[in-house]
Design a protein around this ligand. Sequence first.
Ligand code: 5GP
Length: 221
Amino acid sequence: MASASTRLPRSSVSLSNAEPGARPTRSRLTVLAGPTAVGKGTVSAYIRDTRPEVWISVSVTTRPPRPGEVDGVHYRFVDNARFDDMIARDELLEWALVHGSARYGTPRQPVEKALHEGRLALLEIDLQGARQVKESMPEALFVFLAPPSWDELVRRLVERGTESGDERARRLATAVVEMAAEKEFDATVVNTEVHAAATELVALMGSATHRRDRDLSGSGP
Ligand code: 5GP
């Protein structure tokens, strides 16, 4: 069976367990980003459906819902005025105009709450957003989701069939630039198969958070 493979993290992620019964400490945020059509949404939806221990941020967006999308579950769908208001009130941890069409952002307060509660917390956002989070929360774990190959990325974009020919060409041009951003990330998960990629990601999140618990409690290396 095909599987995801994790390239070695460039940050101090280790595979240790937290002390049983340890008091909750602020956890470390994980940010998942990667090129268009690599399957970020599929991987995060799979985690949402199968790993209830992981808290996943619900973004706000100005784009209209697609069939089957539920307000408050997949996104919070807002109009431009409400989005402007959230920016003005500094309610967004990051936001970006994605693919030149709609704005997307991460509400700050729920993220802070999840981290305060010591939960495994995940943002699935675009590259511009990931760079903003790196500015404000450099201690977060930044994971790049990569395709097994460039040809496979093109195949996935064509297969999902949600974009016109022009739009597809535009997104592929963006993807070339996005692929070059991998070196900015702490770790890479190759999305060959969704279950394996999700499992790798959650394992990375757990080890990173546990490492931080131990660092904060000063209980040795
Ligand atoms: P879609 O409209 O297909 O659900 O998402 C389009 C893109 O928006 C994806 O690349 C996704 O990662 C990105 N995205 C979703 N939520 C956010 C967010 O809160 N902030 C940013 N910067 N990008 C987001």
